[in-house]
Design a binder for this molecule. Structure first.
Ligand code: C2E
Ligand code: CA
Ligand code: CA
Length: 728
C-alpha cells in the first residue's frame, strides 16, 4: 500500500472508532465530513430520538435539515465556518425536529484531525437545552424587571421590555403583546410590537377578551394553531394579514387576587405548537407581569406619599420644587402664584380640615381647567394655599369672562352646601438668577399683603413689600406699649341725614399716634391687630373712650348722640363680647340706645345662626347693630333678611362707582331691600355733591363722608355741635 493508502486506512479506522464511541455515549452526536460539504456521515441513536429524524433521513444531508423558520441563519453560518476551520466552539441554535417542533439545541464542536494534523471530521455534540434557556431567560427577565423598576423606569418601559425580551428568546418571527385592562378607570393599555395595531383594533374587543371570554380560562393558556381558520380571524384580520400570522399562544395575566386583568400573547408567523417547556414558559411569564404591575403599584404608592399631598391628591411642595428646579435649570422663566381662599380658616372652623382640603381641591381643579393654566405646574403650598407656576405673568394671562366668573363667583360645595370664597393671590417672577426658594418667599410676602385687602386681590411682589412686612412687625411690637400709654384714641365722623343734612349720629374711628412710630394709619394697625388677635384690645380701648366722652356730655347736660363703634369679626364672635360690652356700658352709666356696633360684613354660612344670636342679645339690651362694608363680599344678600341688623352701610367702593349703571342698580336694590327689612341705609365715603344728590334721589337715609365732615377729634366735635346749636 502506498502512503496514501495507509493514510486512508488509518482515517477509516478513526471514523470507525468515532462511530463506536458515539454509539456508546448517551448524548446526541453527529459526525460531519467538513470536506464533503458538511454532509452528515453518522448520527447516533440519541440524536435520532431527539430529532425524530431517522439515520436515512440524515445521511448525505447537511445541518440545514434542522433549520426552521426561526433559526438564526447568521449563527448557523458561524457554526459552518468553525467546522470548516476546525475550531472548537459551543453555541445554542434554534433547531427543528422532523415534526416541525422547535428546540434550543446546544451544539459543541469537536474537530478531529489525522496523524498529519489534517482536519478529518467534526464531531457535533448536541443537547436540548430549551428548558434551561427558558428558565435562564426568565430569571434574567425577572431580574431585569426589578432592576428597571427600582431605577425608576416606567411600567410602560418595563412591560415593553418584557415583550422584546421574549421575542429574542423565541427568535425573530415571534411577536409579543401584553394587554392590560385597568378595572378602576376602564383603560386598556398595550405593550409590545403590536401595541399600535392592537389599539386600532376595537378597544372593547380586548376588554371583552380579558374580562369575559377569558375569565373562565383562568391559568390556562389559549393556543390557536391556525389563526386563519379560527374565530379570531375576523376580529384580528388587520393584524393577521399585515404580519402573516399563523399561530398564537396567549396566557391570561392575573392580579394578586386571582382575577384576569390582562393577556400575554405570542404571535407566530408560522404554525407553532407549544411543547411542554413552552407551556412552562407561558405559565411563568404571566406571573412576572403580575409582579411587575404589583411592584410598580406599590412603588407608585410610596412615591405618591413622598410627592403628593394625601388629603387633596395634589402634588406637594417637594414635588413642586423638584419639577421647578429642573425647569429653571433649563432656563425656564415665569411667575409663581400663591393662592389662598380668604375664607379658608372659617371654612375649617365650620367644616373641619376636610372642608379646607375640599376647597383647595376644587380650586385647583378650576384653575387646571382654565386654558391659559393648562401647562402650568400646581401643588399644595401650605394648609391653606396652593402654588402655581406659569410661564405667563398677570398681564399675559388671558382668562375669559366666563372662566373668571367660574373661578370667582360660582359657589364651591362642601357637604352639598354652597360656599363662596374670595381669593388672595401673591405673585412673583422666577428665573435663573433667583433661587426658587427666594421666588417662593417673595410670592409669600406678596400674599401676606393680599390677605389684608378685602375681596379678591392679586398682589405682585415688590421690594417695598419686604419693608412693609418689617414695618408691620414693628407696628405689632408697639401695639401693647401704645395701649398701655393710651396712645390710641377715637375720632368721630358725623353721619348725616341725607334729606336734611343734619348730624344724626357718629362713627368712632381709631387713631394712633405712637411715641416711637409717629402717626400710624388704621389701615395699617387694624389688620395687624386683627391678624394677631389683638384687635379686641383696641376695640375696647376705643369703646371705653367713646363711653367716657358720652359720660362727659351726659354730665354736662349736652345733647346725647348715638356713636357707632367698629367691632372686628373675631371680637364680635368672642363668647364674652356681649357680656363685656354691657358691663362697660353700665360702668359708664350710658343709655344703650346711644351705642351702635358696626360689624364688617363677612357673615356667612353657619355663622348666620351665631351672628343672629349675638345681634338678638344686643338688641334685647337696647344696643343697635350695623352691617359694615356691605357689598364687598358675595354672600350677604341672601343672609341679610335673617339678621336683625338695624343699619346697613353701603361700602365706599359702590359709592365711588355710582355713575356705572350696574353699580347704580345694585345700590338701588340694596337701599330698597333695607327699606323692606326696616333697616336704615347708610352710604359711606361720599365725597362729592353729585354722589350726595344721586344717593338722595335713590332714597338713601344717611350719608357719611368728607363731603359732609371728616373724622374729628372729640373736642372738635363738641365745638361743632355747640356751633350748630347756636346756628339753629
Ligand atoms: P370703615 O369702618 O369702613 O370706616 C370708614 C373709613 O373711611 C374710615 O377710614 C374713614 O376715615 C374713611 N372715610 C370716611 N369718609 C371718607 C371719604 O369721604 N373719603 C375717603 N376716602 N375716606 C373716608 P379709617 O379711619 O382710615 O379707618 C379704616 C378702617 O379701619 C375702618 O373702615 C374700619 O374698618 C377700621 N377701623 C377704624 N377704627 C376701628 C376700630 O376702633 N376698631 C376696628 N375693629 N376697626 C376700626
Ligand atoms: Ca365702620
Ligand atoms: Ca367701609
Amino acid at each position: 500500500m502506498n502512503e496514501f493508502g495507509n493514510q486512508r486506512h488509518s482515517d477509516d479506522e478513526m471514523y470507525f472508532w468515532l462511530c463506536q464511541m458515539a454509539r456508546q455515549v448517551d448524548t446526541a452526536i453527529l459526525i460531519i465530513d467538513p470536506k464533503k460539504g458538511y454532509t452528515i456521515n453518522f448520527a447516533n441513536h440519541i440524536f435520532t430520538r431527539l430529532t425524530e429524524y431517522s439515520e436515512l433521513d440524515l445521511m448525505g444531508n447537511t445541518l440545514s435539515t434542522l433549520y426552521g423558520p426561526l433559526t438564526d441563519l447568521l449563527n448557523e453560518q458561524a457554526i459552518q465556518e468553525s467546522i470548516e476551520n476546525g475550531l472548537t466552539f459551543k453555541t445554542s441554535s434554534f433547531h427543528y425536529r422532523k415534526d416541525g417542533s422547535a428546540f434550543w439545541n446546544e451544539v459543541s464542536n469537536l474537530p478531529v484531525r489525522n496523524l498529519n494534523g489534517e482536519l478529518q471530521y467534526s464531531v457535533l455534540i448536541m443537547k436540548d437545552v430549551t428548558e434551561s434557556i427558558n428558565v435562564e431567560s426568565l430569571i434574567e427577565l425577572e431580574r431585569d424587571v426589578y432592576f428597571s423598576l427600582e431605577n425608576g423606569e416606567s411600567i410602560d418601559e418595563v412591560l415593553g421590555n418584557i415583550c422584546s425580551n421574549v421575542e429574542t428568546t423565541f427568535g425573530k418571527k415571534c411577536h409579543c403583546s401584553i394587554v392590560i385592562h385597568n378595572k378602576s378607570n376602564h383603560s386598556v393599555k398595550y405593550y409590545g410590537e403590536f401595541a399600535d395595531e392592537l389599539i386600532t383594533i376595537d378597544k372593547n374587543l380586548h376588554i371583552l377578551d380579558v374580562r369575559e371570554e377569558r375569565q373562565h380560562l383562568v391559568k390556562k393558556p389559549v393556543i390557536v394553531r391556525d389563526i386563519q381558520s379560527s374565530n379570531l380571524s375576523k376580529k384580528y384580520k388587520q393584524l393577521i394579514d399585515k404580519f402573516n400570522l399563523q399561530s398564537l399562544w396567549s396566557q391570561p395575566i392575573l392580579n394578586t387576587e386571582g382575577e384576569v386583568i390582562g393577556l400575554f400573547t405570542m404571535y407566530f408567523e408560522q404554525e407553532a405548537e407549544p411543547q411542554e417547556v413552552d407551556f412552562k414558559f407561558l405559565n411563568r411569564i404571566a406571573p412576572i407581569v403580575t409582579l411587575a404591575l404589583k411592584y410598580f403599584e406599590q412603588k407608585n404608592a410610596i412615591r405618591l406619599l413622598a410627592y403628593q399631598d394625601v388629603s387633596t391628591g395634589l402634588n406637594n411642595l417637594e414635588q413642586f420644587k423638584n419639577t421647578m428646579n429642573a425647569l429653571i435649570e433649563h432656563g425656564c422663566e415665569g411667575y409663581l402664584y400663591i393662592i389662598e381662599p380668604g375664607e379658608y380658616q372659617k371654612i375649617v372652623d365650620i367644616y373641619g380640615r376636610q372642608g379646607g382640603d375640599e376647597i383647595l381641591r376644587q380650586l385647583a381643579s378650576r384653575l387646571q381647567n382654565v386654558r391659559t393654566f393648562e401647562d402650568s405646574i400646581l401643588a399644595r403650598y401650605t394648609n391653606s394655599s396652593i402654588i402655581v407656576a406659569s410661564r405667563l405673568g398677570m398681564k399675559e394671562i388671558k382668562i375669559s369672562q366666563q372662566e373668571r366668573e367660574g373661578i370667582l363667583f360660582e359657589p364651591y360645595f362642601i357637604d352639598n352646601k354652597e360656599v363662596y370664597v374670595t381669593l388672595k393671590v401673591g405673585t412673583s417672577g422666577f428665573c435663573e438668577t433667583i433661587t426658587l426658594n427666594e421666588a417662593i418667599r417673595q410670592a409669600d410676602t406678596a400674599l401676606s399683603s393680599a390677605i389684608k385687602a378685602t375681596g379678591t386681590v392679586v398682589k405682585r411682589f415688590e421690594e417695598g413689600l419686604i419693608e412693609s412686612v418689617e414695618r408691620e412687625m414693628n407696628v405689632l411690637a408697639h401695639i401693647p406699649h401704645g395701649l398701655k400709654n393710651a396712645e390710641f384714641f377715637p375720632m368721630l365722623q358725623p353721619k348725616v341725614n341725607i334729606e336734611t343734612g343734619k348730624i344724626k349720629s357718629f362713627e368712632a374711628l381709631a387713631r394712633w399716634i405712637s411715641a416711637d412710630l409717629g402717626f400710624v394709619s388704621p389701615a395699617q394697625f387694624i389688620p395687624v391687630a386683627e391678624n394677631t388677635g389683638n384687635i379686641y384690645k383696641i376695640d375696647r380701648d376705643i369703646f371705653r373712650k367713646v363711653l367716657q366722652w358720652q359720660k362727659q356730655r351726659l354730665e354736662t347736660g349736652f345733647k346725647m348722640y348715638q356713636v357707632s363703634v367698629n367691632i372686628s369679626p373675631s371680637h364680635f364672635y368672642n363668647p364674652s363680647f356681649v357680656e363685656g360690652s354691657i358691663k362697660l356700658i353700665e360702668q359708664y352709666g350710658i343709655d344703650p340706645q346711644y351705642i351702635k356696633f358696626e360689624i364688617t360684613e363677612s357673615i356667612e354660612l353657619e355663622n348666620v345662626m351665631r351672628a343672629k344670636r349675638i345681634i338678638n342679645e344686643l338688641n334685647e339690651y337696647g344696643i343697635a347693630t350695623s352691617i359694615d362694608d356691605f357689598g364687598v363680599g358675595y354672600s350677604s344678600l341672601s343672609y341679610l333678611q335673617q339678621l336683625p341688623f338695624e343699619e346697613i352701610k353701603i361700602d365706599k367702593s359702590f359709592v365711588d362707582n355710582l355713575a356705572d349703571p350696574r353699580m347704580n342698580a345694585v345700590i338701588k336694590t340694596i337701599i330698597q331691600l333695607s327699606n323692606d327689612l326696616n333697616m336704615e341705609s347708610v352710604a359711606e365715603g361720599i365725597e362729592t355733591e353729585e354722589q350726595h344728590l344721586e344717593l338722595k334721589r335713590l332714597g338713601c337715609d344717611i350719608g357719611q363722608g368728607y363731603y359732609y365732615y371728616k373724622p374729628m377729634k372729640l373736642e372738635d366735635i363738641d365745638q361743632l355741635l355747640e356751633d350748630q346749636k347756636l346756628n339753629i
